[in-house]
Design a protein around this ligand. Structure first.
Ligand code: T4K
Length: 370
């Protein structure tokens, strides 16, 4: 097996010469940021790839989420999931909104639509579900609830770039969807993010909020921040997008090798794409139930001894974070608490050698007590 450590993921990068060619014009123009040519080019390419009319690029996914809340002028309570990365809840709280947590579904770990309605009251303004691991939420049920109660739906689609239901991309659901283009994502711009949105009226607002609230040469109408994607990041995105479909195809081979070994083993739960959806194979989550005979932490440690660094995405639950202690109660979301205590995300990236996958699975299955 490899002598170097195997990490949970490894950034996709284009050939160096391709990136150098892409950034060369910047030495001519000296235009490095503030919505330059590469930024516009990437916006156009992403619109085409995702099949959407409206997109705004950002310096990262987190700022994108904060900006969309600001641009929509949200106030009050937001129904969301505790089973996600810190960013989702932090964005809600940092924008002065109150998160109200609903539990997740046991099969795909996304927000359970059957539990949303009971949590809605007159202060609720929006639902913020997460397509966690790239698993699409039940978008129809969620939209139906939102329509009946006049709520906005903003998807945290940080993991779901390239995922489709039929031929509809994950960017098309709800009022807006935020994507992360962080180095660890299926599609990366080093750091970066985007919001795809339904109402074209949001375009100027988003672009103003990410640029200090500047609305004209001598006008500043909002207390905005700075969340603009720079030209180097946009150039990385332009290059990576050319290779994305190949990268996803390679990830699929890796995921299928894992499932060959792990799916159907007593006490192991894997997450396969649902009928009718095209996955991006962003993560390889495995849940170890008691029946497996060893705990998630046993597996984590055994892999670590072999130089394999899996991660506990997403443990602890957000509601158990020190910064939220005493404010929220994780016992009200028992499914999320159960999964967070048992989940391990195994290494997943396009160039992960299949014999490494075999090795990781051998070590894992060696811990089964059945
Ligand atoms: N919503 C959700 C649901 C999210 O998961 C995230 C981000 C966001 C919102 C916010 O989007 P951004 O603002 O980040 O665009 C990582 C990422 O930093 C974070 O983007 C991601 N989610 C989260 C799930 O994972 P860490 O702290 O676990 O990353 P780190 O540095 O430990 O890296 C993990 C592994 O990735 C390393 O072991 C090796 C590999 N790696 C890492 C870096 C930084 C690379 O191969 N290249 C790299 O440059 O948070």
């Amino acid at each position: 097996m490899s002598n170097s450590p195997i990490l949970v993921t490894r950034s996709s990068m284009p050939p160096l010469e391709e990136f150098v060619r892409e950034i060369e014009p910047l030495w001519e123009s000296h235009w490095l940021t503030n919505m330059g040519e590469k930024h516009h080019q990437l916006e156009r390419s992403l619109k085409e790839y995702l099949g959407v009319e409206n997109i705004a690029l950002f310096t990262n996914g987190h700022s994108a989420l904060e900006c969309v809340f600001e641009a929509m002028g949200l106030h009050g309570k937001v129904i969301t999931t505790p089973y996600t990365f810190a960013s989702t809840t932090h964005a809600i709280v940092r924008k002065g909104l109150t998160p109200v947590f609903a539990d997740i579904r046991p099969d795909d770990y996304t927000l359970d639509p059957g539990l949303i309605e009971d949590l809605i009251d007159e202060d609720t303004c929006a639902i913020v579900p997460v397509h966690v691991y790239g698993n699409l939420c039940d978008v129809d049920a969620i939209q139906d609830i939102a329509d009946r109660h006049g709520l906005k739906v903003i998807y945290d689609a940080a993991h779901a770039f390239g995922v489709r239901r039929g031929d509809v991309s994950s960017a098309s659901f709800g009022d807006a969807s935020m994507f992360s283009f962080h180095a660890t994502k299926v599609f990366n711009t080093i750091e970066g993010g985007a919001v795809c949105f339904r109402d074209p009226g949001l375009r100027d607002l988003l672009n103003q909020w990410k640029n200090f609230g500047i609305t004209g040469p001598e006008d500043v109408e909002y207390v905005g921040g700075n969340a603009k994607m720079n030209e180097f990041c946009a150039a990385m995105g332009i290059c990576n997008l050319r290779h994305l479909d190949d990268e996803i195809a390679k990830r699929r081979v890796v995921a299928e090798r894992y499932w060959e070994h792990l799916d159907g083993v007593a006490g192991i739960r894997v997450c396969r794409p649902k009928e009718g959806t095209t996955s991006n194979y962003a993560y390889l989550p495995v849940v170890f139930e008691d029946e497996f005979g060893s705990t998630r932490d046993d597996v984590y440690m055994a892999l670590k001894r072999e130089g394999v660094f899996s991660r506990k995405y997403f443990y602890p639950l957000i509601t158990d974070f020190a910064c939220y202690r005493g404010r929220f109660d994780s016992s009200s979301t028992p499914v999320a608490a159960h999964v967070a205590d048992r989940v391990l995300t195994l290494p997943m990236y396009a160039d992960l050698p299949l014999d490494e996958v075999d090795h990781i699975c051998r070590v894992t299955l060696g811990l089964s007590k059945r």
